[in-house]
Write a protein that binds this ligand. Structure first.
Ligand SMILES: NC(=O)c1ccc[n+]([C@@H]2O[C@H](COP(=O)([O-])OP(=O)(O)OC[C@H]3O[C@@H](n4cnc5c(N)ncnc54)[C@H](OP(=O)(O)O)[C@@H]3O)[C@@H](O)[C@H]2O)c1
Length: 324
């Protein structure tokens, strides 16, 4: 047994999502770059027989080729497609929607959001970094982009739910949603802090998940879930690389300690189990927050229904097309 396996056996228990047959089902996994939780998720869903569409901000050729390469080695008959999607860009979200509808317009069973940015991990920014359309960059990418794409694909998700018995939206959030609060969500007059901005985007996604459940789970069989991936020690992916951009010494130190970090952190495959559970398990309860494949309590603020309703309405006004 390796040192890593011994350490994990002694200190960390990682639950594993149960396999299911996904033949005939269609899924989108956003943010599936090599080494990410999205990549590991797409790989497992594909192994279970689904047709999987992966997205990254750039061309997806490397991701599709790597997935095919890994799965075909194990004699899995793969149905994987990929397309560019930038959630911080309205035009890109709309273009992706048109592409998906053009090719797979009859069905969308599961939509899993992994895509994320968490920038400025050293908290150096004194002012928010804005996207071309004027939004704080974490808010635009992590929250508004997710809502915009879900809104675009809502008719297809509802159609799938009605016709085939269910469709699901899975939002990968973070325990760091507790860095945000409802007070800050509706009162922007605060000193800027990037960890708080990240937390706010995740708190908003939890509100969005619960609101989707309240609005569409009964009427359209559209189920929605949110979750913290992996265990307490985090999952080793690329997210921190971008967060430390511009800090060469910290970046170098991270590279040096990476082998030790990897002993304690989940691999992307281990970390992806909770989102897989939410995506496919018959036991997963819609409208809940999950940690380690179990329903868990998210922050008290995230359970404030009036705040979720208010955010839904405000978001609808921002996006103008969102149903309110
Ligand atoms: N890793 C952890 O320990 C941890 C802990 C808590 C929560 N999470 C959550 O888990 C999810 C997956 O994170 P990860 O750790 O796998 O991170 P990651 O390795 O950085 O993957 C993030 C993915 O999002 C994509 N992305 C970035 N900006 C985008 C944009 N504007 N539009 C569309 N896609 C974009 C990235 O593409 P590029 O490669 O092109 O940048 C990448 O494919 C996130 O929701 C994160 O908040 C992770």
């Amino acid at each position: 047994m390796t040192i890593r396996k011994l350490l994990r056996k002694a200190f960390i228990s990682t639950p594993v999502a149960k396999p299911v047959d996904l033949s005939g089902k269609y899924m989108i996994v956003t943010g599936a770059s090599l080494g990410s939780l999205g990549y590991a998720t797409a790989k497992q869903l594909s192994r279970w027989g689904a047709t999987v569409v992966v997205t990254t901000r750039r061309d997806t050729e490397d991701v599709v080729a790597a997935l095919k390469n890994e799965l075909e080695k194990d004699s899995v008959k793969v149905k994987i497609d990929g397309h560019k999607l930038d959630l911080s860009d309205t035009a890109s979200v709309n273009q992706f929607t048109q592409w998906y509808e053009g090719l797979y317009g009859d069905r969308l069973d599961i939509l899993i959001y992994n895509a994320v940015i968490h920038l400025d991990l050293m908290s150096k920014w004194k002012e928010p970094n804005l996207t071309p359309d004027g939004f704080e960059i974490h808010w635009r990418t992590n929250y508004l982009g997710t809502v915009q794409l879900t809104h675009n694909l809502l008719p297809l998700l509802k159609k799938t739910g009605q016709r085939y018995g269910e469709a699901r939206v899975v939002n990968v959030v973070s325990q760091l949603h507790n860095r945000g609060s409802n007070e800050i969500l509706f009162n922007a007059q605060r000193a800027y802090e990037s960890w708080q901005a990240y937390g706010l985007s995740k708190l908003a996604l939890i509100h969005f998940t619960y609101e989707l459940h309240r609005r569409f789970s009964q009427t359209d069989n559209l189920k929605s879930y949110c979750l913290h991936p992996g265990g307490k020690s985090g999952t080793y992916t690329n997210v921190a690389n971008k967060g430390f951009e511009g800090h060469a010494i910290v970046g170098l130190l991270r590279k040096l300690v990476a082998p030790i970090e990897k002993l304690f952190m989940d691999t992307a495959e281990e970390g992806a189990q909770t989102q897989l559970h939410c995506a496919v398990s018959a036991d997963a309860k819609s409208g809940h927050y999950y940690v380690k494949c179990q329903a868990a309590e998210a922050s008290a603020d995230s359970r404030d229904e009036s705040a979720a309703g208010r955010l839904w309405k405000n978001t609808g006004e921002w996006l103008t097309k969102m149903p309110v």
